[in-house]
Write a protein that binds this ligand. Structure first.
Ligand code: UDP
Ligand code: MG
Length: 347
């Protein structure tokens, strides 16, 4: 059972359906890092969907919020060009590459819409699902998140490690994070404001999305392969990402070591007692090199491991304690005024 799925009879959700604005302004948040190859195809496909949504009266207007996460290719230049030509919204240029999680936070603080949709630039999040997401929002859900039904575009290795991660996370953390949901989702303004209130520097967005709560709906979809350009993840990055996520949402590993340590200490104490009594009754014996070595090696291993575990949390405390901003913006390029569907500037 999906923990974040709201009860269909949810009281608040019903109230929301009555108070929703008739035609919301939609902001589309797109983090981009070295995406020059996909920008034009992304814009034309997404634009078509959004124009249709305006024409059919689903939304009043839309804006793009591109966050250039320190691209080293022509991404920023191309986007600024398209924005000044006929694309409504803005380009937020970060001062260097801060990573997708930070870029999303930057995007969230630059949206003006009543609702926001988060899309990857590589068209792995199919834009035509936006229609269904808006329907979900109208039905009172503040979060409509995409769930990958089939991960066949991923390798077996990636699928099984991802599955293990979700089981581990949901087993240990006190929040329920839906499996196979990425950042692709529609969120209400209320959720945007909620996310912006979270002060932590470690932005494990999937976890933060789950943490804020609100009536949420899952929208299954098939995730296509990246359209052009190349992905930026490798296993080492994913592994570290998983550790960041786990340590940000649960202190259970520390507790496991507490109980593990207590058990080992109790056994050690009992054995020591036994040895003392044996020496008192029968005198001391010299042999015992093997057992001594085993004990020394075993316990020093356990100690190093537990110090490492504590270190992970101390490192996180260190990072949070510095209170550095999550990202720095070097420039904001404003595009055209809000589009009314035809892309013409409102005068
Ligand atoms: N991205 C980013 N900063 C980074 C890495 C990626 O803003 O440091 C953006 C990237 O441009 C894309 C999205 O995040 O729009 C997803 O990236 P990618 O396709 O590499 O990830 P995957 O689809 O494998 O999750
Ligand atoms: Mg991708």
């Amino acid at each position: 059972m999906d923990g974040t799925m709201a009860d269909p009879e949810n009281f608040y959700r019903k109230r929301r359906t009555e108070s929703r604005v008739a035609t919301p302004l939609l902001s589309v948040i797109v983090p981009v890092y070295n995406e020059e190859d996909v920008i034009d195809i992304f814009l034309s496909e997404t634009r078509a969907v959004l124009d249709a949504a305006v024409t059919s009266g689903e939304i009043s207007a839309f804006e793009f919020v591109f966050v250039d996460d320190g691209s080293r290719d022509r991404t920023a230049e191309l986007l600024a060009e398209r924005l000044s030509a006929d694309i409504p919204g803005r380009l937020v240029g970060l001062s260097r590459n801060f990573g997708k999680e930070a870029a999303l936070s930057a995007g969230l603080s630059h949206v003006k819409g009543d609702i926001a949709v988060i899309l990857d630039a590589d068209l792995q999040d199919p834009p035509d699902l936006i229609h269904q997401m808006i329907d979900g929002w109208r039905a009172g859900y503040d979060v409509v998140y995409g769930v990958r039904v089939d991960r066949s575009s991923d390798t077996f290795m990636k699928r099984s490690t991802a599955g293990m991660f979700y089981r581990l996370f949901n087993g240990l953390a006190n929040i329920d994070m839906p499996a196979n949901a990425g950042d692709f989702r529609l969120i209400d303004r209320q959720v945007v404001d909620g996310l912006l209130q979270l002060p932590e520097r470690n932005r494990f967005m999937k976890g933060l999305f789950a943490w804020v709560g609100y009536p949420s709906m899952a929208l299954p979809y098939e995730r296509p392969a990246r359209r052009a350009g190349s992905g930026k993840w490798n296993y080492w990055k994913l592994w570290n990402f998983a550790i960041d996520g786990l340590t940000a949402f649960t202190t259970m590993p520390l507790r496991v070591w507490l109980y593990g340590g207590a058990t080992v200490a109790a056994l050690g104490f009992a054995y020591a007692l036994y040895l003392i009594i044996r020496v008192l009754l029968y005198g001391s014996d010299v042999p015992g090199y093997a057992s001594l070595m085993v004990a020394v090696l075993f316990f020093s291993g356990v100690q190093l491991l537990s110090i490492g575990m504590i270190g992970e949390y101390v490192a996180r405390l260190f990072n949070e304690a510095k209170q550095r901003p999550i990202y720095l913006v070097q420039d904001v390029v404003e595009g055209q005024e809000l589009a009314n569907g035809s892309g013409e500037k409102d005068v």
